[in-house]
Design a protein around this ligand. Structure first.
Ligand code: COI
Length: 350
């Protein structure tokens, strides 16, 4: 699995060790890197072709492609980190591969096998090695896409698919405080919908409430469930946890919540710290009694929520050095960057 062709290796060796990037200025925006990976689904053989590393570039799509017309598409997000000894670690890439398979099933798309997915991610990272930030100064965010690329005028699954992986060095997703506004009119997900998978359609519909909340000075919205409007679900791009006493709770991932890989990792770490971890419906009122609230996500990592505003009431929470969120953040990033021993086997050296 995962080795570059001789020609790609030669091209990679010829590059400088690090790209010319101001690593300390990185936020969460696209920095174009050298290469991407592309693999097409061959409908005649009913399988994905071998896939190749090609220069990062715009792609051509039929105006009638499934992705452009009917949003038949999924994405993933994972990160590569540089250890102090310069080696590169991926964090739980098989989990992303399995989540993409689950999403592909819901969207009637063929998906790469776990091996094909991980292999493509490795190749993309190795080809773009010089863009993996120095140890402790960011990460390489990897964005796998699965798209219906065959032409479709009628409403039906596409006949052709493309799996593409690109990457960009990133820093923090959100630099300031996390001040959430509870959104009680627009819902992110509905039962039976696609909220539990990484469908491309789950994101742009939140732009309107998010933009409105930002205009009022909030950093994100917190969605409520569509059925009762009384339980918290998640933010625009992150899961949420509340802490009270020795219990950490997060909404159950039963179809309307994205089953985040950071969410899953944090639940495992918190149990290891001796907390009782609960997945359940969390009424908004409970959030007001929480001692701490924090968000998790691949892009966000783990971040304390400074305040939540709902119905004109604003509650502030503890943030900073003494929080559980900070302890979890330090432990998780320590594992991801190879500083802490990886007792759980979550990292993959490439
Ligand atoms: C991630 O955390 O990887 C996400 O998918 C959030 C993204 C939409 C920025």
């Amino acid at each position: 699995m995962g080795s570059l062709s001789k020609q790609d290796q030669v091209e990679c060796r010829d590059k400088a060790e690090y790209a010319d990037v101001n690593w300390d200025e990185l936020g969460f925006s696209l920095t174009k890197t050298d290469y991407m990976f592309v693999m097409n689904f061959n409908p005649d053989q009913a399988k994905f072709s071998q896939g190749t590393i090609t220069p990062f570039a715009n792609i051509q799509l039929c105006p009638s492609s499934g992705i452009l017309n009917y949003a038949q598409g999924l994405f993933e997000g994972l990160k590569a980190y540089r250890k102090a000894d310069e080696r590169i670690l991926l964090f739980r890439p098989e989990e992303n591969a399995m989540r993409m398979k689950m999403g592909a099933d819901r969207m009637c798309m063929p998906s790469p096998t776990v091996e094909q997915f991980v292999d493509a991610v490795k190749k993309t990272v190795l080809a773009n090695k010089r863009w993996v930030p120095p140890h402790g100064r960011g990460s390489l965010y990897i964005r796998p896409l699965l798209m219906g690329t065959g032409p479709n005028l009628g409403v039906k699954p596409a006949s052709e698919y493309t799996f593409l992986v690109y990457a960009s060095p990133v820093g923090s997703y959100n630099n300031g405080e996390l001040n959430l506004l509870v959104e009680d009119k627009v819902h992110r997900a509905t039962p039976g919908g696609t909220g539990g998978i990484k469908a491309v359609t789950n994101y742009s519909p939140v732009y309107k409430p998010l933009t409105q909340a930002k205009a009022k000075g909030f950093s994100d919205v917190l969605f409520l469930d569509a059925l009762t409007g009384s339980n918290i679900e998640e933010g625009s791009a992150c899961n949420i946890f509340i802490l009270k006493g020795n219990v950490i709770s997060t909404p159950t991932a039963d179809g309307t919540i994205l089953p985040g890989i950071t969410r899953k990792s944090i639940m495992e770490l918190a149990s290891g710290f001796g907390y009782q971890v609960e997945e359940r419906a969390i009424p908004i009122e409970e959030v007001f009694e929480a001692e701490e609230v924090f968000c998790t996500g691949t892009a966000m990592v783990v971040k304390s929520v400074a305040s939540i505003t709902y119905g004109g009431k604003r509650i502030e929470y503890k943030t900073g050095a003494d929080t559980l969120a900070e302890k979890l953040h330090a432990t998780l990033t320590g594992i991801q960057t190879g500083v802490n021993e990886d007792k759980l086997g979550w990292t993959m050296a490439i």
